[in-house]
Design a protein around this ligand. Structure first.
Ligand code: B12
Length: 383
């Protein structure tokens, strides 16, 4: 099994806080510049959302340059009416958190289209008007709300974050890194990546049953969400029929861009069903895929894409595969859209992808297994 993760996220809020402290150490102490932190995008729990504002207040020693508390981007679905409820909930808390602890972070009412595509100007304006109305409610509610659980969260996470910072600085120094040199520090952290960083310097108890070998002090919401997805989709893969299709297969998976949750989930599900996964991670170049696939053993390629460049990427990948004379079925999922010619918003490119002989499958569903089975069988005929 190969891993080339570059952009993996943290599973523990303590590591997020420790990393933020480390960034402040590098930018403010070593470089003498002022640092602003934003947070929020991958956080749904109101206690954590408000709590992060308090944690940032501590990290910046009560002198925070507020930037942005992003909207809760991970709770959205395709249902606009439900999405309005999501905005109402997180925004109420974000505004109340600013009233309780005014760090100056701007709040962000997200458009209801968040899970589908980049928003139109109309949808942005609608969200801002909605946000204004929520502000009135938040101001009315704030004096009556008890923030003790939020203070508990921030106390716990800030203190564990400081031990992550200390672990990192002590161990890096022992390993011969000049921790007074900002360039060396940035380089080492980049090479290490969040996954190894969390495993080595994390604050949670060592426990092999948890991802990265540690129990999180407080699990991040996005980590909990990924685990939930794995539970929800397990039935599709963990059954005798699927196993008979997937067991012993060798399948390559990669993300075209920075979005990597889907590939982490698919990797976990297929591995458990007995598939040997070659996981190239995030932001993978088409050429890299062709090189890995040219060993002759890979039976299918799974591409996950989100950035609105599905077609462009598919064309480049097809070219690279053809150059190496590789005939392997390519299943492509995620957000299959792209801006074409003079369209203001990205449009669905599923039919274009089919014309390139790729197999679009935006969601994980039973059809995915059947698709894989039939395509792998077809490929076996070509050999
Ligand atoms: C998390 C996230 C991020 C994180 C990514 C962190 C990480 N390391 O993964 C961060 C904050 C870094 C990020 C950045 C950006 N993001 Co973003 N992001 C999201 C978000 C909120 C969730 C995506 C996600 O992880 N979902 C959880 C996973 C499990 O679900 P999923 O991805 O939908 O996958 C499911 C299916 O699609 C399917 N699937 C996915 N892949 C595959 C593959 C196969 C083979 C199969 C069968 C199925 C399948 O299976 C999964 C389970 O059902 C979405 C909005 C949303 N709510 O969906 C925007 C979103 C995808 N991002 C978007 C954009 C534009 C960006 C940026 C370009 C923004 C910017 N201007 O900087 C940057 C990317 C920069 C870069 N260099 O690539 C847009 C894409 C717009 C579009 N295509 O029209 C979205 C839709 C937000 C929006 N409305 O504008 N993002």
């Amino acid at each position: 099994m190969k891993f080339y993760f570059v952009n993996c996220l943290f599973y523990d809020c303590a590591t997020v806080a420790g990393w933020a402290l480390l960034e402040r150490y590098i930018v403010e102490k070593l470089l003498g510049a002022k640092l602003a932190h934003c947070i929020g995008g991958l956080t749904s729990d109101p206690v954590k959302r408000a709590g992060w504002v308090f944690v940032l207040h501590e990290i910046h020693e009560h002198d925070s340059v507020g930037s942005m508390i992003y909207g809760d981007t991970i709770s959205f679905s395709g249902e606009y009416s439900q999405n309005r409820g999501v905005v109402a909930e997180y925004l109420t808390w974000d505004i109340m958190a600013q009233l309780e602890c005014p760090t100056g972070h701007a709040v962000l009412p997200l458009p209801v289209t968040e899970a589908l595509r980049i928003p139109s100007a109309d949808k942005i304006a609608e969200a801002q008007c909605f946000g204004r109305r929520i502000e009135e409610s938040a101001r009315r509610m704030w004096p009556r709300v008890d923030f003790s659980s939020v203070y508990d969260f921030s106390g716990k996470v800030f203190s564990a974050g400081k031990s992550v910072l200390n672990n990192a600085l002590t161990c890096l120094k022992e390993a011969g890194v000049d921790i007074r040199d900002p360039v060396q520090m940035l380089y080492v952290l980049k090479v290490l990546g969040p996954s190894d960083f969390e495993e080595i310097f994390g604050a949670g108890e060592i426990d092999a049953d948890f991802p990265r070998g540690r129990q999180p002090v407080v699990a991040t919401d996005v980590c909990q969400l990924s685990q939930r997805y794995i539970q929800d989709y397990r039935h599709i893969f963990d059954n005798p029929k699927s196993r008979s299709i997937l067991e012993g297969r060798k399948i390559l998976i990669a993300s075209t861009d920075v979005h990597e949750h889907a590939i982490m989930i698919i990797h976990e599900l297929l591995s458990k069903a007995g598939t040997e996964m070659i996981n190239l991670g995030a932001e993978v170049d088409p050429n890299q895929i062709a090189v890995e696939a040219s060993t002759g053993e890979v039976e299918a390629i799974l591409i996950s894409t989100h950035n609105g460049m599905a077609l462009e990427y598919a064309k480049r990948l097809k070219e690279e595969l053809e150059k190496q004379n590789i005939k392997i079925p390519v299943v492509i999922g995620g957000i299959l859209n792209q801006k074409v010619e003079d369209t203001a918003l990205p449009i669905d490119v599923t039919s274009h992808l089919k014309k390139l002989d790729f197999y679009p499958c935006p969601k994980l569903e039973n059809r995915f297994n059947r698709l894989l089975e039939s395509k792998i069988k077809e490929k076996e005929k070509w050999l």
